[in-house]
Design a protein around this ligand. Structure first.
Ligand code: ZN
Length: 270
């Protein structure tokens, strides 16, 4: 019942506060949103409006965070939850945004148990205790279909954290998804990425994915939305799992020709 009233209140607010056309229409030309249907874009616009209404965005340094900048951030941020609903981001509230890459305290334990602490220059960070941090410069680099998207990366970590507070590459799966299938798809991909990282062989997929299973899930989520065909051809089982997890099929959206039968008039030339 509570959810019903919350939803009603949200729908009422959204009906009264749409993102203005002059802010929204330029954003729909971002490559990462290419070929979304009219109804998907309408849903994305509502999610983006609610995102900007409910998340506190704190710019740092000399950054003046204008309305067009807010919409560019929000449209990328809600793409992963287009078919999951806004509740998927309900458990965190704050975004801190820096003009460019920023120094953050880092701590990790290596495979032999040694703790490494220090400061690291970051494009983004999803903190387990709440806020998500971004470099605006990197947010602006995000929407190209090149496999790099700091917004999708950090928010994948946030989705991963929903079932236990820390990211480990094993987010809560939807009803009907199989844990063994997820585990086997991702551990095979991770092992392969690790072997590439150790051998020094080139890779089209950022080998930061070989850092640990949490980074593997976040990096492959970026590739899923931005270079889906590469992911489907390299790690088809991971593509299938992510399509079920995000409830989207970006290969079908971004590469529709793959699915179209050859038109008759071409057959004469084959
Ligand atoms: Zn990460």
């Amino acid at each position: 019942m509570l959810n019903y009233f919350r939803r009603k209140r949200r729908d009422r607010w959204l009906a009264q506060h749409p993102i203005a056309d002059e802010l929204w229409l330029p954003v729909t030309t971002m490559p990462v949103l290419k070929n979304l249907s009219v109804s998907e874009l309408a849903r994305l616009r509502e999610l983006a409006a609610w995102f900007l209404h409910t998340k506190a965005i704190s710019p740092k340094g000399e950054l003046i965070f204008s309305d067009p900048m807010r919409v560019i951030l929000a449209a990328q941020a809600v793409l992963p939850i287009l078919n999951l609903g806004f509740e998927a981001y309900d458990d965190w509230q704050e975004i801190i945004i820096y003009p460019s890459q920023f120094l953050a305290h880092s701590r990790h334990i290596d495979p032999i148990g040694v703790v490494h602490e220090g400061e690291q220059l970051l494009a983004g960070q999803a903190r387990g205790d709440g806020p998500v941090l971004f470099s605006w410069h990197d947010v602006m680099e995000g929407p190209w279909l090149d496999g790099w998207n700091v917004v999708i990366h950090e928010l994948a970590h946030k989705l991963d954290m929903r079932n236990g507070g820390h990211a480990n590459g094993y987010p809560a799966l939807h009803h009907g998804m199989n844990h063994d299938d997820w585990k086997s798809a991702f551990s095979d991909a991770f092992a392969h990425l690790e072997s590439l990282a150790h051998s020094g062989e080139p890779s089209d997929i950022d080998l930061y994915a070989a850092t640990n299973p949490a980074e593997c899930f976040a990096v492959l989520s970026e590739v899923f939305f931005e270079r889906p065909l590469l992911l489907q051809e390299t790690y088809p089982a991971v593509y299938t799992q992510l399509a079920q997890f995000y409830k989207q099929d970006p290969v079908e959206r971004l590469h529709p020709l793959r699915y179209r039968p050859v038109p008759h008039f071409y057959e004469a030339f084959l």
